[in-house]
Structures are given as structure tokens and as C-alpha cells.
Ligand binder design. Structure first.
Ligand SMILES: Cc1ncc(COP(=O)(O)O)c(C=O)c1O
Length: 418
């Protein structure tokens, strides 16, 4: 193999190295990882000492000491990971049911609180029933692999989450341009008679861009062309819609989306995933979704916390109001400073820089100034769209936001971004 220039390499270069077995590949990759550490561009896996909080203590590997940082890399949008009610409910369930479910859901691992959560999340999402998974990733891959095969087609927005793409490995896949209804319609028209099931799959809110799918129009198109619609509500739940119920509520089409998938790991503050649909589809998944059948049911403590998390979203709309106050303030100031935020409309702020090296440098400057942001580089996004990714929480204060804005302004000017 040719020698790689480690300073110009990206993760893409290590996917497949000709003639390198797994150990050799790991050895070559380790040199790249070491070079990134040397440049202080290693901003993955920063270790929190306090969980997910608006201000967190991390163990700074550059100084080997704790560092306080404004945390803008969490999907814990409403800070429910630390809400007294979700903690108390989790502890109560832990005491009553123990620390694990003990079995897979079909064969002994289904408790009354699992059924309660299935019903509660289904109602929250305007569907008849729901099935629970151990992660959002598992919900998407597990349901899609159980539903679609070679006679079907999944029609995906180009920017859907990786778990959806992975879930479509056993079926035919067509991509349409991001949020582009004309491109979707073209594919639907071509696919008219060819496939048994046509399933359009979109994210409600896109995880790297923070924009919203035109779900109302997508549902209309699906009806015309005899397709079904699935939406991944990972970043929409708790954030958009009048009552935080997500994208169908935002567009006032609750009950009209065939399959609503989501994760419990973001605004709901715990871990796990779900697929909500009509009763018959949920029952089919009980017996044909291998990630459900062959994986132990979610832990009672998590289920207890989640039941209460949904109550909190319903009872405490002020959390969502605070989040939106923060979003509006941050957005206005970033735009005033001249940053490119793409089409972001929600709590996810892509700060598009378009140069991998500058993104890493910006991340380093922010880190040194006590702001924890993520970096998103090629091949996760095209090189010209390389970016910082910041996300806001309800509990960020004006002081936290200003600290981040000041650091971003400094980095932006120093690197010629604004
Ligand atoms: C859009 C989207 N779907 C699914 C997932 C997977 O969820 P989980 O982290 O619960 O596995 C994520 C993020 O992690 C996501 O951003």
C-alpha cells in the first residue's frame, strides 16, 4: 500500500486498507490517532466526571487534570438526565424490579412497566401501540431489517441517520435529495409498480443539520403514490411541536404517519428506542424483529425514569420554552457574527466551515476557552460542509451562551471564518 500523509488523511482512508489484516489496519490507524493527539485535534471521547450537565467537568487529556466546560455537545435538550422526578422514578423502579429485566421481552423479560411505557410513548406519538428496543440504533435497524427485504424498497432522504441506512441492508434503497420533494416524487413515480412495499424514511429533525423534514408534504406524496412513511423522531421529540410531541405534532398530522420511530436517549434523558405504529405492525415486529426478539428488555430503572420523563414533558412546558429562548438568542447572535448555520431551525447548530483543518483548530480554541463543541468532518459530511456542531439545552444560562459566543467569535476571526 502507498504511504499515507497523516496530516491530510481522514477516517475514510482507514475503512479498508489493501492487504492489511485487522491487526495491521489497527496498527496503521494508531499512527493517525497518535498524530491527531500530537496536534491537539483529538476531541472525541472527552471524559465527563459529572454526567450530562450544562457545565461539565471533564478530565482534560492535554493537561491530565479536571477542566470545567460549558457543554454544548449533548442531546439532553431538556436536562431530564438530572431532573429530580426522573431520578426518583428510576430509583423507585430499580428498588421494586431490580437492576435488570432478566430475559428477552418475548420470553420472560416483559414487566408491567414495559407495557406501560409502550402504551405511554405510543399515545404521546399519536399511534396505537409501540415496541421498545435497547437503543434508538436498535429500533431503526431492528425494525427495518424485520420488515423489508429484496421485494421492497426504502426511499431515503440522503441525510437520514446511519441506523436507518444500516437497517436497509437487506432491501433495495433509493435516495432522494435532502428535503427535496421534487426529487422524492421522481423516485416514487419510477418505483410505482416495481416493488411490493415502498417505504419513505426521513428524520423529523436532521441530526447534523438541525433542519426539519417537510413531513406533511411527504405524507401527501406517499398517499398519491401508494407508499408508507416512517419518521425518526430522535431529535424532534421534546423539542418541536406545541407540546413537544415532535414532527407530526409540529405539522398537525398526528396519527397520519405510518411508523414513528425514536430514541429515549435524547430529550427523554435516558437510553433505549421505540417504534410506534398500528397494533398489527407492532405485533408483527414482536415476532420478526431480531433486535427485539434476541435482546434483553430495557432495564427497569431506565423504564421508570422514562415514564416520568414523558410526564415531565407534559407537565413542565417551561423547560421547552427555555430551550427555545436559548435557541433564538444563540441563533440571532451567531448570524449577526456572520456564521453559516445552514438551514438549522432547532437546538442543533451546525457551524459550517468547510475545511477539516480549520474545524479542528476551531474545536481546539473552543476547548481551550472552556466550551465543549463537537466536530463533524469528512466522511461524515462532504469536505466542503465540514463543521462544528453545537447543541443547546434548556438549562444553559445567558452566561453560558455568551461564553460560547465569545469563544466562537474569537475562533471565527482568528481562522478567517467570519
Ligand atoms: C436521528 C438519529 N436516529 C437514531 C439515533 C440512535 O439513537 P441511540 O443513540 O438511542 O442509539 C441517533 C443518535 O444517536 C440519531 O441522531
Amino acid at each position: 500500500m502507498q504511504t499515507l500523509d497523516l496530516d491530510k488523511a481522514s477516517l475514510f482512508d482507514f475503512f479498508d486498507i489493501e492487504n492489511a489484516n485487522i491487526m495491521k489496519r489497527a496498527n496503521i490507524f494508531s499512527k493517525y490517532a497518535a498524530r491527531i493527539r500530537e496536534l491537539k485535534h483529538d476531541y472525541y471521547r472527552r471524559v465527563s466526571l459529572v454526567g450530562s450537565n450544562p457545565v461539565m467537568q471533564i478530565m482534560d487529556r492535554h493537561t491530565n487534570s479536571p477542566k470545567e466546560m460549558v457543554y454544548m455537545a449533548s442531546n439532553d435538550y431538556l436536562n431530564l438526565t438530572h431532573h429530580p422526578r426522573t431520578i426518583a422514578a428510576g430509583m423507585k423502579a430499580l428498588q421494586k424490579y431490580g437492576s435488570g429485566a432478566g430475559s428477552v421481552p418475548l420470553l420472560g423479560g416483559t414487566f408491567d412497566i414495559h407495557v406501560e411505557l409502550e402504551k405511554k410513548i405510543a399515545k404521546f406519538k399519536g399511534c396505537e401501540n409501540a415496541i421498545l428496543y435497547s437503543s434508538g440504533y436498535g429500533a431503526n435497524t431492528g425494525s427495518l431489517l424485520g420488515l423489508l427485504n429484496g421485494k421492497d424498497v426504502a426511499i431515503l432522504d440522503r441525510l437520514v441517520h446511519a441506523s436507518i441506512i444500516d437497517g436497509c441492508k437487506a432491501t433495495n434503497v433509493k435516495f432522494f435529495r435532502h428535503n427535496d420533494l421534487k426529487s422524492l416524487e421522481k423516485i416514487l413515480d419510477k418505483a410505482k409498480k416495481e416493488y411490493r412495499t415502498k417505504l419513505i424514511i426521513v428524520d423529523g429533525v436532521y441530526s447534523m443539520d438541525g433542519d426539519i423534514a417537510p413531513l406533511d408534504k411527504i405524507v401527501e406524496l406517499a398517499k398519491i403514490y401508494g407508499a408508507f412513511v416512517m419518521v425518526d423522531e430522535a431529535h424532534a421529540t421534546g423539542v418541536i411541536g406545541k407540546n413537544g410531541r415532535g414532527t407530526p405534532e409540529y405539522f398537525e398530522i398526528e396519527g397520519k404517519v405510518d411508523i414513528v420511530a425514536g430514541t429515549f436517549s435524547k430529550a427523554l434523558g435516558a437510553v433505549g428506542g421505540f417504534v410506534a405504529a398500528n397494533q398489527e405492525l407492532v405485533e408483527l415486529l414482536h415476532f420478526y424483529s431480531r433486535a427485539y426478539m434476541f435482546s434483553t428488555a430495557p432495564t427497569p430503572q431506565v423504564v421508570g425514569s422514562l415514564l416520568e420523563a414523558i410526564n415531565v414533558i407534559e407537565d413542565e412546558p417551561e423547560l421547552r420554552a427555555n430551550l427555545w429562548k436559548n435557541i433564538n438568542y444563540f441563533r440571532k447572535n451567531l448570524l449577526d457574527l456572520g456564521f453559516d448555520l445552514g438551514n438549522s431551525q432547532t437546538a442543533i447548530f451546525p457551524i459550517i466551515i468547510g475545511d477539516d483543518f480549520k474545524v479542528k483548530e476551531a474545536c481546539r480554541i473552543l476547548h481551550e476557552r472552556g466550551v465543549y463543541a463537537n466536530l463533524v468532518l469528512y466522511p461524515a459530511v462532504p469536505r466542503k460542509l465540514a463543521r462544528l456542531r453545537l447543541s443547546l439545552m434548556a438549562a444553559h444560562t445567558r452566561e453560558h451562551l455568551d461564553k460560547a459566543l465569545n469563544a466562537l467569535e474569537y475562533a471565527g476571526k482568528k481562522l478567517g471564518i467570519v
